[in-house]
Design a protein around this ligand. Structure first.
Ligand SMILES: [Zn+2]
Ligand SMILES: [Zn+2]
Length: 258
């Protein structure tokens, strides 16, 4: 039993055949799916898909790539969108200085808006961070000081140092198929040491297909390949990894458990 904590079911590659995609995943033992938003124009579809399937939940938020187009998104709009019963998380939000598709100041301001809404609703923040460890940590630490909020670093690829710092802040960490890549030895070492009660798995599909599907379009069924790899890294069974990560998902995304 596994949960894909991060997939984009509205993206090209998955949206054309959501029924088939979800059925293949269920056959591979995936029992739940968190359908992630990246821009406001997508929220209705992301939430609509979650409303259609009992095992799909939704997040609302703005990806850092899209920050410039949402510079005036107020707290109120985000807050209102979280009211839907199937919206269980906020994001993906965060900072991406690798692609720098949006102004860094705007990314940071919008990240803080998401944090405020997370604190107000108690819904966990789904954080995307790339080449932006220092600013991500600085903002998280600063905002935690104003009042705690639940949060997850998605598709974790950061350093061991960043990992231990965010774990100290109380965050959870979700692992994508990148961990299965040959050149991911540093990441593999970090993943082996994440506390068992803070670990989640995801695909970030349609991107980042794990080995042995690397290079192909990724889909939620491949959560099982990543989970098997992570279980091997940690020297535990896939069943044990599955029950721990599923328990962690529902502990963090409490609204999905309700
Ligand atoms: Zn992301
Ligand atoms: Zn994503």
């Amino acid at each position: 039993m596994l949960i894909d904590s991060h997939c984009h079911l509205e993206y090209e590659g998955l949206v054309e055949d959501q029924d088939g995609v979800l059925d293949r995943a269920r056959s591979a033992g995936i029992r739940g799916f968190l359908n992630i938003s990246t821009r406001r124009s997508e929220w209705e579809r992301v939430v609509g898909t979650a409303a259609r399937y009992p095992d799909v939940w939704a997040s609302v938020g703005i990806h850092p790539h899209e920050a410039d187009q949402h510079a005036d998104l107020g707290e109120a709009a985000l807050l209102e969108a979280t009211q839907h019963a199937k919206v269980v998380g906020i994001g993906e939000t965060g900072l991406d200085y690798y692609y720098d598709k949006s102004d860094r100041e705007v990314q940071q301001a919008l990240f803080r808006t998401h944090i405020t809404v997370s604190r107000k609703t108690g819904l966990p923040l789904i954080i995307h961070t790339r080449d932006a460890e220092d600013d991500t940590f600085r903002i998280l630490e600063d905002e935690m000081g104003k009042g705690a909020f639940p949060a997850l670093i998605h598709c974790f690829t950061a350093s061991a140092d960043f990992g231990s710092k965010v774990l100290d802040l109380g965050l959870s960490i979700s692992i994508s198929g990148i961990v299965t890549f040959k050149n991911a030895q540093d990441l593999q070492r970090v993943v082996a040491t994440i506390p068992e009660d803070r670990l989640l798995v995801e695909t970030d599909s349609p991107f980042l297909a794990p080995v042995p599907h690397r290079g192909k379009r990724c889909e939620p069924a491949y959560t099982a390949d990543t989970a098997r790899f992570v279980a091997d890294l940690r020297g535990i069974s896939i069943e044990e990894l599955g029950s721990a990560t599923t328990r962690n998902f529902f502990n963090l995304f409490k609204k999905a458990a309700a």
